[in-house]
Design a protein around this ligand. Structure first.
Ligand code: AMP
Ligand code: ZN
Length: 469
């Protein structure tokens, strides 16, 4: 069956074909580990996980690389501002040394990996650190210098964009009237505003020796060097959030292709943003919501995954607590339905029903990873299923990663282990609600919560379970 993916490079949906039969190399731009990942960042990795699962479901063996940026990402995505990691060292009172940097990086990489696990994201095969690949960065810059594509100024080594004529012209990477750099900050040392830094000379204590002077690599060069090292060049798929299109990925393409004369990657996929009221979610300020913030509000990480999957990855998603609560109710409701149908049956009829649905799911996922359709389909059909085949649950979990098999069992156990006293309170609350006596029903809900349980109203009735905390 055809797998169509929207390729930013051409600005169109294309049929996916791997470079080498049966194997896919995929690079997902990883986190800058100067703080916890926010739930916007996590959207990028849930999307990449769905892509990996889709490829695996199609029979490919996927080799996935997610880098860890622990040096070189400045506060602007271009060449200006402080290094984000150095700012974190100051914020956390750590020494301005490589050792201090490693400690910060380790702390936030560990937390990032925990977030991936909590979201049931398959762990990448490699998570290379930028600070471990300085010699690969230098080799790539040397190649560009040798070819006369890079030049040195008093503050670093720069890529000369005029030497790469297709810069800012291809498909979704086209910069239009911005091409000449009209809107970017001017650095008087550069030949042209769009030229970007490959190596910056150190002002402080952190730096590595290079043929041009002590300093550190630019953020873009790291991804070019690490993706090439682990996946070869060209490789199959490169992903990131849409914020990476105009600068970070644009520059990766230019420097890698200019250096080696072949494309960096064949497919470039980008997820739209998760947006909070006051704009794009950022790692500072009141917009900063983490998985831990969700847990504190009794939202399970997998409810958040379910919430994300309800929207196509190429649509912006306006974050709201109400919608997230509804998603949690939806997800729990679905788990309840699966838990109720525990009498798994492999009869011909149930197998046929399941196979038909799996085919529809495969059709929608293979059409540029439409995850919203399968979730809608589950809701409209699951109630009519008399029994569920175990293959159906397993396949669903493989593709959507909602961990239905385990979570529905857990929910069933939790529901069975609710003490009689709490069940009685829930029953009384339901009676009060039916009689529209909301004062009493609210009081009973508070009593249930105080005892460490939660009651959730779903389409298939209220569910009582242990609170998440
Ligand atoms: P960073 O740690 O800032 O380098 O970002 C890690 C990943 O998260 C990148 O792929 C970004 O493009 C992506 N990203 C950043 N902010 C958002 C957001 N609000 N919504 C979705 N993805 C985002
Ligand atoms: Zn990157």
């Amino acid at each position: 069956m055809k797998l169509n993916l929207y390729n930013t490079l051409s600005g169109a949906k294309e049929e996916f074909k791997p470079i080498k039969a049966g194997v896919v190399g995929m690079y997902n731009c990883g986190p800058t580990v100067y703080n916890f990942a926010h739930i916007g960042n996590l959207r990028a990795y849930v999307f990449a996980d769905i892509l990996r699962r889709t490829l695996e479901w199609s029979g490919y063996e996927v080799r996935q690389v997610v880098n860890i940026t622990d040096i070189g990402h400045l506060t602007s995505d271009a060449d200006e501002g402080d290094d984000k990691m150095v700012k974190a060292l100051k914020r956390e009172g750590k020494p301005m040394t490589l050792q201090g940097l490693r400690e910060i990086a380790e702390k936030y990489t560990e937390s990032f990996t925990d977030d991936l696990k909590a979201l049931n994201i398959e762990l990448p095969h490699e998570m290379p650190k930028a600070s471990d690949h300085i010699s690969e960065d230098i080799a790539l810059i040397e190649k560009l210098v040798e070819k006369g594509i890079a030049y040195t100024t008093s503050d670093g080594v720069y890529f000369d964009v005029s030497k790469f004529p297709s810069y800012g012209t291809r498909g979704g990477f086209a910069l239009g009237e911005q091409r000449e750099g009209a809107r970017i900050a001017v650095n008087a040392l550069k030949r042209a505003p769009r030229d970007f830094s490959l190596w910056k000379f150190s002002k402080g204590d952190i730096g590595w020796e290079s043929p041009w002077g002590r300093g550190f690599p630019g953020w873009h060069i790291e991804c070019s060097a690490m993706s090439r090292k682990y996946l070869g060049q060209p490789f199959d798929i490169h992903t990131g959030g849409i914020d990476h299109i105009p600068t970070h990925h644009q520059n990766e393409i230019a420097q890698s292709e200019a250096a080696y004369g072949v494309p960096l990657a064949n497919f470039w996929l980008h997820n739209e943003h998760l947006i909070v009221k006051s704009g794009k979610m950022a790692k500072s300020g009141e917009n900063f919501i983490t998985l831990q913030t969700l847990r504190e509000k009794s939202i399970h990480p997998l409810s958040f995954r379910y919430y994300l999957l309800q929207t196509h990855y190429r649509s912006p998603l306006n974050f709201s607590w109400e919608a997230l609560q509804s998603a949690q109710i939806g997800y729990r409701g679905l788990l309840t339905e699966f838990a109720k149908k525990e009498n798994i049956n492999e009869s011909k009829d149930s197998t046929r029903q399941a196979e038909e649905m799996l085919l529809q799911i495969r059709n929608s996922i293979n059409d540029d990873l439409n995850t919203a359709y399968p979730i809608g389909l589950l809701w409209s059909s699951i109630f009519s299923f008399q029994t569920i085949t175990s293959r159906f649950v397993k396949e669903l979990d493989l593709i959507l990663g909602l961990d239905i098999e385990n979570q529905s069992k857990k929910l069933a156990e939790e529901m069975n282990s609710v003490p009689e006293k709490i069940k009685e309170l829930a029953k009384k609350r339901e009676e009060a609600r039916s009689a529209k006596d909301f004062k009493t029903s609210d009081g009973l809900r508070a009593e249930i919560q105080a005892a460490g349980y939660a009651v959730m109203d779903t389409d298939s009735g209220p569910i009582v379970h242990k609170s998440l905390q």
